[in-house]
Design a protein around this ligand. Sequence first.
Ligand code: ADP
Ligand code: ADP
Length: 210
Amino acid sequence: MRVVMLGPPGAGKGTQAVQLAGRLGVPHISTGDMFRQATQDQSPLGQQVRSYLEQGLLVPDELVIQVVERRLNEPDCQKGFVLDGFPRTLAQAQALDRFLQQQGQPLDAVVLLEVPDELIVERITGRRLDPQTGQIYHLRYNPPPPEVASRLVQRSDDTEETCRRRLNKYHRETEPLVPYYQQQGVLRRVDGTLSPQEVTQRILEALGVK
Ligand code: ADP
Ligand code: ADP
């Protein structure tokens, strides 16, 4: 199954993508994770994207599209994938459609996690990551077990100011994808304000996964 997770920053895309990819037995592909890894490795890609990430700006389309197409060409993506954080612009969505059309494997579904702006800042500023496992926690909504608490890190772009800029970008550049995918008949809206377990359940139902 080929699925895209759509929604504002902090909507729970990463949290849900991990669950869904595990359930479907397909890779979870997060452009944000790929860019953060490249930045840590100080690779040429990392150097190209660092300043965009730190400022909460979008990485240029051509670069993102190149990175994603290379990843989707790897053999483990033949059976499907869960894309998280891509596409984020209309140009990226059109490039993805062209790429998948060439392979005769269009998207099965686009899951839109709906979370109102008022909840986003709290979600983002309370987010913490375990660098050893990649597990996503929230200080209040998904508190870490005490034994891992001391090693958790906060993303440098998870400040209130950067969060607001990213949210702005989402409304301007990414939200137009909602009518785009609705027209294609693949959009599935899910209430992202419910508990993580409940959201997972609704996603599986929306996708018809038993
Ligand atoms: P969040 O989980 O808060 O939605 P991500 O981890 O997906 O954020 O992305 C972090 C940053 O990486 C973005 O703010 C942006 O700078 C960059 N990025 C990730 N995916 C894309 C994309 N598809 N297009 C442009 N920039 C991207
Ligand atoms: P995204 O990938 O869309 O930016 P994340 O999955 O990283 O979102 O979640 C953002 C923050 O909100 C994390 O701290 C996560 O633990 C928390 N979170 C995720 N889903 C929920 C939920 N359903 N209810 C409350 N908090 C959540």
